[in-house]
Ligand binder design. Structure first.
Ligand code: BGO
Length: 275
């Protein structure tokens, strides 16, 4: 059995450049089943794989794991149903707040995540300093600085991803949301069927709270549980005078701001750059 790595990230984070640099000529292109979204896979080498094949699947560039675009649905279906061993989450280091929004969702899926802090070659020029050690501790995943363009950090990234894949240990994030929302997530987890493994329960619970149509249709919960979840949702929406999806989004961004404020320092951009 091959080790399966999923490559995820926002549009423009450098994913195509990274995928090409990692896989070179060893790639094959097709379509995701049933849709006209391109699917690219390729083999990579790692001594840490100890002879096993390592296959990287390039997921479409996305900002979120919501159910609104084909790209989002393809990506989340792959992550949740196709059992990748690890996700490499490509984060554009020069645009970290926005990119971490997807990260906060990927770490909830129960699949281990390794962050590639890409465009690292631009950080010094832009006067950005990132405390990767602390950020890694706060997010509960390893971070490797990379430049897909300059091809630096790539072997280290693959070796780290393979190491994490072989460990088969999922570290779920600590508290991301407010106490009120975390308590609601915990309650909804209790209503989920046993067919959803413990490591995936958090993702499904958040989605049920948000009333994500695809998850509501696919997860079997009793009518009583549906009513309880609906009452929980209404109570929180009333408290915030907002809809649940917006509340969850706001709380993710608050969490990101909190961790970025202690790990990222930004100076002034140089006026003349030739990047
Ligand atoms: C252009 N460092 C730097 N400095 N740039 C990078 C890195 C990196 O680590 N990785 C990618 N880029 P995609 P998605 C471009 O195309 O791989 C650059 O959407 C240009 N093109 O070279 O396409 C990469 O697949 C003209 O830049 O991203 C590309 O995720 C002027 O980031 C861009 C400047 O990479 C997006 C840049 C005609």
């Amino acid at each position: 059995m091959a080790i399966k790595i999923a490559l995820a990230g926002n549009p423009n984070c450098g994913k195509t450049t990274m995928f090409n640099a990692l896989t070179g000529a060893n790639q094959y292109v097709g379509n995701w089943p049933g849709v006209t979204v391109e699917k690219k896979e390729g083999k990579v080498k790692s001594k840490k794989a100890k002879g096993e094949d390592v296959v990287v699947t390039d997921l479409p560039g996305i900002y979120s794991l919501s159910p609104y675009t084909l790209e989002e649905v393809v990506s989340r279906d792959y992550v949740l149903n196709e059992n990748p061993d690890v996700i490499i989450d490509l984060v554009d280091a020069t645009n970290i707040e926005r990119n971490l929004y997807l990260t906060t969702q990927l770490v909830e899926t129960g699949v281990p995540v390794v962050i590639a802090l890409n465009m690292a070659d631009l950080l010094e020029k832009r006067g950005i300093k990132i405390d990767t050690k602390r950020l890694s501790m706060l997010l509960g995943c390893t971070i490797v600085e990379t430049s897909a363009l300059k091809q630096t950090g790539l072997q280290e990234l693959i070796d780290e991803a393979v190491k994490v894949a072989k460990k088969k240990e999922t570290k779920l994030p600590g508290e991301i949301f407010s106490k009120e929302l975390e308590a609601a997530v915990e309650e909804v987890k209790g209503y989920l069927p046993e067919s959803i493994t413990d490591d995936k329960k958090r993702w499904y619970a958040v989605k049920l709270l948000e009333n994500d149509s695809k998850v509501v249709d696919s997860v079997r919960v009793s009518e009583a549980a549906k009513s309880a979840i609906s009452a929980l949702r209404s109570k929180i929406e009333k408290n915030h005078d907002d809809d649940m999806e917006s509340i969850v989004t706001d709380e993710r961004y608050k969490y990101i701001q909190k961790i970025v404020s202690t790990t990222v320092k930004k100076g002034k951009d140089k006026l003349t750059t030739s990047d």
